[in-house]
Design a protein. Structure first.
Lengths: 1417, 270
């Protein structure tokens, strides 16, 4: 600063000199001093880290420096300003940094300085004075140190302008400063005194003991309480100023801890503050707790003393103790449970953290308490979520931090679940409840969070939920797939509709809002591309119709064959449109549709939500199904395309084919039928050929015949003459016969007379010695005799009439006479029969006619008696005599010749006679109905006689009748009888000119007869000894007969042919052939009759008859006992079969048959039947005898009854079968007994057939016998259901004694299987159905195995097996199912029902045995 | 739609492999008609669809079996047949202590019950009838024995024509448009599923009735079935076929004798 000043001096001091230099030096000195002080300040400040201060100190130095420089070169004003500024800055920042200046205060100074400087150039002194005053005021007012800075200022000023006023002002300033300092000091003294008093009263008023000790261990301060206790303890010995150490040492009995106090003091003197608690016993005897605090007293950074405070803390201590105890209990409770209990203070930090929490959360309590809040443990995400929820529910904003805890506690939400991460990083779920902790006043001071670990439960729940979800998902997916399948099967009208349906369905099912379906297509070059085929809510404008592979995402998917799922779809990607607006999809799925890894198409689906995995799964499955469907349709298309092409090409061919096909199908349809008829036709054709041949033969024959006929005509002529002679002869013979008869009748009548008379006598019983019965007998004899006599009379009459041995007496007969005699004859009968009877004679008839009255009356009598006979009560009979119509035509020429004819009409209202019978009644021995004779009596000769008589009388008899309406017989006679003409016409018999020729046996042409003769057997005709068998053929068709004969001879038979029934019958009786081939339609006696006759004759009844007929009445044939019935036309094959049958009959003969039967009749019948078949039968009438005979004769068959006198038939059968020598004898049980099931089974095992006697039993006996004999002839019996293999069952352990239950209702199986099993020495029990099997199992629980048939009555195998398995003890019993079924499912069904194994029928015995071995081992 | 023989054979071959049902031996024209009918019912338009659905849908297949096998029957159908049975067969069966009758291809059981009625009227109580069919569904129906009561009128006429000796109404109870056959008739009937093509003989019978079944089979299968019948017949057992069927073309012709030519009743003679 001196330099500055000197510089300035040099500039200004034109006249000044050494004095100025001197002053300049001083100024310079001051300046240096100021700069030095500033530098010092800066250094100190920097050392004390008052960087701001040090910085400004530097600033001051710079300011001072620059001021000095300016001053030196004469810029005084500038220098001054700098100086002021530096000072100002210095003051301002010192004061500011020290914090002692108010914001406004620093402004005073620069303001004043500035004013001062401005005025300095004009009236410096005044200004300086003013400034000095103001500064003085200031300094006095508050800040003394400001004044200090005036010093350099002033000194500077002095260097420039020396003025007294300035000087004074400086002095005044200094004085003011001193005043100020003094006043300040005084004020603080007073203040201190006041403070001390206050302190004293405070200290004295506390209950604590307060002691202040200085470094010399002297008491400086002590309060009243201490004074009092000191006084109590030590009297006035101690007080302020006493040495504490001495004091302590001086006291006897002072508690030992006080001895250490010196060290406590020393410790406190080092500046440490500490405290300790002590327990002591008060003089009152109570234990007191005291807390002693040593507090060093610092004065100017030095420990000047120690203040000691002693509190009585007994009450607090006690409270603490009790709280501690309480806490321990609570802690135990809290720590004991498996709960996490966390309490939290209001600051959000955990205040307690129990053991349970440690276990659950993995943190130690000390890691958490006071460091973390509960919310720190919870996942951030959940916090956000809960916060949002709470904000919504509570309506006040809740922050995602401790706020949540508060909010939950306040809202009273009971349970919360929190996802918490444990220390080990595991995520667990806690179920927590949060409650507010309140103090007594009800203010919340914290929160209690009690939690349990819900993770497992949660996990289980989650799993369940997942499973349910999975299930739901599966159902959902499956339902969708099923529906889709249905949709795919449905045929849409077109492909595009079909695709549309599918897309619609898929989109609808997964709730997609937009969908597009692209299908792989092929262009002409064979390149594949994607073609849009269907859409769902598609935006058609934006949708590309065609996409190349790789083009867009869809094309990309088509290339990669991988599903592409877009989740954050750009908003401008696509829009889902509706008429109302549009939205962006949340996700888009683009999926390839594959079939067997081949791309069929691509489906794109857009949804407003994200696709769930389930939906994706559905889509994938749906795509698979869809893919298959598309493939199918593509192939269909392909096929249809091909089909269309070929259709076009082959149009014409097709129509032809169509016709052909239709025809073909019809043909095929009737295949079966056609084939049959074809075969039949072939047979007929064969026959036709035969017939043709015979026709040709016949034609030639006819030619021959024609010639022969011409030759024979001549022969015939002569023959006729011969016949004429013969006829005459015959008439003569006839007459002789009649004569003989007439004579004979007389001879008959004579003894009859005596019988009649005598029997009448007897009947009248005049003697009275006959009983009623005998009388009755006599009546019968008489009546019969009368009948006989009438008959004889009639016969006689007839024969007389026939032999014309009647003499007529012709006379004039009056009509009235005839009328009278008829009336008198029948009037009584009419009354008796209550029939009305009238006789009338027509007018103009004349009186008489010429004829024989007796004969006429005989005829009328006959007619009338007939009329009465057939007219019931209340009926009417009349005789009318009238003239015949002259135009009438007559059969009898007499009547035609006669001029007048008379009619005698006998009319009745009787039963009448039907048209066809009207002819018959006139024949001798005939009546209208065979049965009428029984009803009405009579010989039936009356009308014959009448007719003959009428003829003789030259008239005729006519009949007009209708059945049920009565009859009218009219006798027409000529009015004049001419006996000559009548007689002459007798023989010619014009009444019935054609004699009835009986069927002529000789209708065959002569050549035929010859042929038949040639057919006759050449060999001897004796029945007994024949080398060959003889067949008799009765057949009228010559050609067929010939065929039969040839066939028979070819087969090694002799054959005889006859063409008529009668002849045939004769031949049969004569030749006794071995068989008869019989036609039914024969001339004369028909085949049926022949057969009946044959059967009637015991000699011929058993000859087998084979009927061959065009007449289909097989039934009758069988009934009559025909061996065979062949319907014509008969095929050659059948014919051969017939001959074979005849041949076979022969072979049967070789076997002997034993009939065991106690009833002789029965045995004879059976024997006869069999013997007739040529079988050799022997008979035994009891069991013993039967066995004997078996041994002796070794029969092939035994037929036995069950009821034998000496033993049961069943036992006999068993004996036969159990004897190895006889076990192969066939046994037929022939019994009338109705067998029970048991019996049947038993017998079935030992017999080959059981026949129950009934209508058809004989037939069956014969059949069975024949069958057995046939089998014997052929050897082995056929095996059926069981194929017994010859292989022996080698190896394996013996199965001996094991028990097997065989359940089957098939006898064949039972026999075959049990036989095999028994050979292995297994014990077999048999049951016929499931029910029985169960019963057997119950009664014999030691069964080792069951063989179970499936199809059985009552209870089938399935049920039976289930029932067996249902029993605990049979759970493991081996059951082998025997079944006829071969399909997979059947086997499973057996196994399901409980079968251990399975074998299918027919049963292979080897296989069965290995099964048995396996299951029994 | 149409179906070629190759397709038909392929389809039936697949069916055989997949389901075990062998229809290959069925008469060509007949099975084709049935298949086409099946397609019509199910609106299946072509062979490929048919194959696809049939092989993938087991439920559909059971209906296929039902449709393909013809189940037409009635009670006392062909009354003369029953008269022939009564006169020519049953008297012989009466001589057995117990006789077994097999109704092969019993369909819904009408003929079985007719037989049961006949047996009852002929006092043939010692007889068991085994009624079988390939189709489980119709066997179930047969076992149920319920028929539309409308049919009963026609059946009654048949019964009278067959010279039934009672009132037909004695054998059923009708209500709600249905008639159920009285249960005593069922007592001796065993119903079961049996496949004539694949399954074997399961018992020995005195009478086998198999009417109008063979007409649906081709020659080879007919022969196979006749052999099965032959094996299942007891000696002197009877075989009754349908009016259009015959043993005349069979190899087994000589092993049978004709009992009634018109009613196609045969008897095993060797």
């Amino acid at each position: 600063m001196s330099q500055n000043v000197s510089g300035a001096t040099g500039y200004q001091g034109t006249g000044a000199n050494s004095a100025i230099n001197k002053k300049a030096k001083i100024t310079h000195l001051f300046t240096l001093l100021a700069v030095g002080v500033a530098v010092l300040y800066a250094i100190i400040a920097s050392l004390l880290h008052f960087y701001v201060l040090s910085l400004f100190c530097v600033g001051i130095v710079v300011a001072f420096g620059s001021c000095n420089l300016l001053n030196r070169y004469g810029y005084l004003d500038m220098a001054r300003i700098c100086l002021i500024l530096s000072a100002d800055a210095f003051v301002f920042y010192i004061s500011g940094s020290l914090g002692e200046a108010s914001s406004l205060r620093p402004l005073y100074f620069p303001l004043v300085c500035s004013i001062f400087m401005l005025f300095d150039l004009k009236d410096v002194n005044k200004i300086v004075a003013l400034g000095a005053v103001s500064l003085g005021c200031l300094a006095i007012g508050e800040y003394t140190h400001y004044a200090l800075f005036l010093i350099p200022f002033i000194s500077q000023n002095t260097s420039q302008i020396i003025s007294s006023s300035t000087f004074f002002a400086s002095i005044a300033t200094s004085i003011a400063c001193i005043f100020y300092l003094v006043s300040v000091n005084t004020q603080s003294e007073k203040y201190l005194d006041r403070e001390r008093l206050n302190n004293k009263s405070i200290i004295d008023n506390t209950d604590d003991i307060i002691l202040l000790v200085n470094r010399k261990y002297e008491v400086e301060v002590m309060n009243i309480a201490l004074e009092r206790s000191f006084k109590r303890m030590f009297g006035d010995k101690f007080g302020i100023g006493s040495n504490v150490v001495d004091m302590i040492n001086a006291i006897d009995g002072i508690p030992p801890q006080f001895k250490q106090w010196k060290s406590h003091y020393d410790r406190a003197f080092t500046g440490e503050k500490f405290s300790f608690e002590e327990k002591g016993q008060a003089p009152t005897g109570d234990f007191r707790y005291l807390e002693t605090v040593f507090n060093p007293v610092l004065r100017g950074g030095e420990v000047t003393g120690v203040a000691i405070f002693i509190h009585d803390i007994t009450a607090r201590k006690n409270l603490e103790e009790s709280i501690k105890r309480l806490n321990a209990g609570q802690k135990a409770i809290i720590d004991g449970g498996n709960y996490s209990i966390i309490s939290v203070g209001l600051d959000g930090l955990v205040t307690s953290f129990n053991k349970g929490s440690e276990v659950i959360l993995g943190y130690r309590a000390d890691e958490i308490i006071g460091k973390f809040g509960p919310h720190d443990l919870i996942a951030k995400k959940q916090l956000m979520l809960v916060a949002r929820q709470l904000t919504e529910t509570l309506g006040t904003p809740v922050a995602p931090d401790f706020d949540i805890v508060k909010a939950i506690a306040e809202s009273g939400i009971r349970e919360n679940e929190w996802y918490v991460t444990t220390k080990s990083g595991q995520s667990i779920v806690l179920s927590s409840s949060i409650t507010s902790l309140r103090n007594e006043a009800g203010d919340i001071f914290g929160y209690l969070i009690i939690s349990t670990d819900n993770t497992e439960k949660k996990n289980a729940e989650a799993q369940l939920q997942k499973a349910a979800e999975e299930d739901r998902r599966r159902v959902w997916v499956n339902t969708g797939i099923a529906d889709m399948g249905q949709l795919l099967r449905m045929r849409a009208e077109s492909r595009s509709i079909f695709y549309g349906n599918v897309v619609q369905f898929v989109a609808g099912y997964i709730d997609a809002r937009q969908a597009n379906l692209y299908k792989v297509a092929e262009d002409e070059k064979g390149n594949h591309y994607l073609s849009h085929v269907a859409g769902y809510a598609t935006d058609f404008q934006k949708t590309k119709k065609v996409l190349q592979f790789g083009e867009s995402l869809v094309g990309q998917v088509a290339m990669e064959l991988k599903t592409s799922l877009l989740k954050d779809v750009p908003t401008d990607y696509i829009k889902i449109n509706s008429s109302l607006g549009e939205a962006s999809p949340a996700s888009i799925a683009i999926m390839p549709i594959l079939f067997q890894d081949k791309l069929m198409g691509v489906i794109e689906l857009a949804s407003l939500k994200e696709f769930s995995p389930v939906e994706m799964e559905f889509m994938e499955r749906a795509n698979t199904v869809f893919g298959a469907s598309i493939d199918l349709m593509d192939r269909q298309d392909h096929t249809q395309m091909l089909l269309r092409d070929s259709l076009e090409l082959n149009e014409k061919l097709k129509t032809q084919e169509e016709e052909l096909r239709v025809g073909n199908e019809e043909l095929t349809e009737k295949g079966n039928l056609l084939q049959a008829s074809e075969e039949e036709l072939r047979v007929q054709q064969e026959e036709l050929i035969h017939i043709n041949e015979s026709m040709e033969e016949k034609a030639t024959l006819l030619e021959e015949q024609n010639e022969a006929i011409l030759a024979k005509n001549a022969e015939l002529e002569s023959a006729r003459e011969a016949l004429k002679l013969k006829a005459e002869e015959l008439e003569v013979t006839g007459r002789y016969k009649s004569e003989f008869l007439a004579n004979m009748s007389h001879e008959l009548r004579t003894p009859l007379n005596s019988i009649l008379i005598l029997s009448k006598l007897l009947a009248e019983g005049n003697e009275g010695n006959l009983n009623a019965k005998q009388v009755e007998f006599a009546h019968v004899i008489q009546k019969s005799g009368t009948d006989l006599l009438n008959l004889i009379n009639d016969i006689l009459d007839l024969s007389k009439i026939e032999s014309r041995k009647i003499d007529l007496e012709i006379e004039d007969v009056p009509f009235s006479g005839v009328s009278y005699s008829m009336n008198s004859l029948f009037v009584e009968l009419a009354k008796e029969k209550e029939v009305q009877f009238e006789v009338s004679i027509a007018h103009g008839l004349g009186e008489t006619f010429k004829g024989d009255q007796v004969r006429t009356e005989q005829i009328l009598k006959n007619l009338l008696s007939n009329a009465f006979k057939f007219t019931p009560k209340q009926g009417k009979v009349s005789l009318n005599i009238f003239k015949a119509d002259p135009k009438e035509v007559y059969k009898n020429p007499h009547l035609s010749k006669s001029a007048h004819n008379i009619c005698f009409e006998v009319k009745d209202s009787g039963i009448g006679i039907s048209g066809e019978k009207q002819e018959l009644i006139f024949e001798a021995f005939r009546q209208a109905d065979g049965s009428t004779s029984r009803k009405y009596g009579g010989t039936g000769l009356g009308l014959s006689i009448s007719k003959e008589l009428a003829l003789i009388l030259g008239g005729e008899l006519r009949l007009v009748s209708k059945s049920g309406e009565g009859s009218a017989f009219t006798l027409i006679l000529p009015s004049v009888f001419d006996p000559d003409s009548a007689r002459s016409n007798d023989v010619s018999g014009n009444f019935d000119p054609t004699p009835i020729v009986p069927p002529n046996p000789a209708v065959l042409a002569p050549s035929d007869t010859k042929m038949l003769e040639s057919l006759a057997p050449s060999g001897s005709q004796g029945a007994a000894k024949r080398a060959k068998k003889l067949v008799l053929i009765i057949e009228d068709d010559v050609q067929f007969a010939k065929l039969l004969k040839n066939q028979a001879e070819e087969k090694g038979f002799d054959a005889v042919v006859t063409e008529r029934g009668e002849q045939g019958l004769e031949k049969i009786q004569e030749l006794l052939p071995d068989a008869v081939l019989l036609d039914i339609g024969l001339p004369g006696m028909d085949g049926w009759e022949v057969m009946r006759k044959m059967k009637e004759n015991p000699k011929t009844s058993l000859i087998p008859v084979h009927i061959m007929s065009g007449n289909d009445n097989q039934h009758l044939g069988t009934e009559l006992g025909a061996a065979d019935f062949l319907l014509k036309p008969v095929s050659l094959q059948h014919l051969n079969a017939v001959f074979d049958k005849i041949q076979a009959n022969e072979e049967l003969i070789k076997q002997k048959i034993l009939i065991v039967e106690d009833s002789q009749i029965q045995s004879i019948i059976v024997k006869k039947m069999l013997s007739n078949k040529g079988l050799d039968c022997i008979v035994a009438d009891n069991g013993e005898k039967a066995l004997e005979m078996i041994a002796l004769h070794r029969p092939g068959i035994v037929i036995t009854d069950l009821n034998l006198p000496d033993m049961n038939g069943a036992d006999l059968v068993k004996q036969i079968k159990s004897n190895p020598d006889t076990s192969d004898i066939n046994i037929i049980i022939y019994t009338g007994k109705d067998l029970g099931q048991k019996e049947n089974e038993e017998l079935s095992r030992y017999s080959d057939a059981i026949i129950i006697k009934s209508a058809k039993s004989q037939e069956r006996l014969l059949d069975e016998t024949t069958l057995f004999l046939k089998k014997v002839g052929k050897g082995k019996f056929p095996t059926h259901s069981v194929s017994t293999s010859a292989a022996s069952f080698v190896g394996g352990a013996s199965l001996k004694g094991k028990k097997i239950l065989l359940v089957d209702d098939d006898m064949r199986n039972i026999f075959a299987i049990s036989k095999v099993l028994e050979n292995e020495e297994l014990h077999v029990i048999v049951a016929n159905d499931g029910k029985e099997a169960l019963q057997k199992l119950e009664s014999q629980p030691d069964v080792d195995m069951v063989l179970m048939d499936i199809m059985m009555p009552e209870m089938d195998g399935y049920e039976a097996m289930k029932a067996i398995r249902g029993q605990r003890e049979h759970e493991k019993l081996p059951i082998i199912a025997l079944t006829a079924k071969a399909m997979k499912g059947d086997r499973d069904k057996c196994m399901d029902a409980g079968a251990s194994d399975y074998i299918s029928k027919p049963i292979d015995i080897n296989k069965l045995m290995s099964l048995v071995r396996v299951w029994l081992s | 739609m149409e179906i070629t023989n190759i397709e038909k054979n392929e389809l039936l071959g697949l069916v055989k492999n997949l389901y075990g049902y062998d229809f290959l031996g069925y008469s060509e024209a007949s099975i084709k008609r049935r298949i086409i009918r099946f397609c019509d019912i199910h609106k299946i338009e072509n062979y490929f669809d048919l194959r696809h659905h049939l092989l993938n849908e087991p439920e559909l297949f059971s209906d296929f079996v039902l449709q393909v096998t013809v189940n037409i029957t009635e009670m006392f159908r062909d009354p003369s047949f029953f008269i022939a049975l009564k006169e020519k067969v049953l008297p012989s069966l009466a001589t057995y202590p117990h006789c077994k009758i097999w109704h092969a291809g019993c369909s819904t059981g009408e003929e079985v019950y007719s037989m049961a009625i006949l047996l009852r009227e002929q006092h043939l109580t010692r007889a068991t009838i085994f009624a079988t069919d390939i189709n489980a569904e119709v066997v179930g129906h047969a076992r149920e024995a319920t028929y539309s009561s409308k049919l009963m009128k026609a059946y009654t006429a048949n019964y009278i024509q067959a010279q039934g000796s009672h009132a037909f109404s004695d054998y059923y109870t009708a209500n709600y448009d249905m008639a159920i056959m009285n249960s005593p008739l069922k007592k001796n009937i065993v119903f079961s599923v049996h496949n004539l093509v694949s399954d074997g003989s399961f018992n020995e019978f005195n009478l086998i009735v198999c009417r109008n079944v063979l007409i649906y089979f081709n020659k080879d299968l007919q022969e196979h079935v006749i052999k099965l019948f032959y094996d299942s017949l007891s000696p002197l057992g009877y075989l009754a076929l349908g009016p259009k069927e015959s043993l005349f073309f069979s190899k087994y012709r000589d092993k049978f004798e004709v009992v009634d030519k018109h009613e196609k009743i045969y008897r095993k003679i060797e």
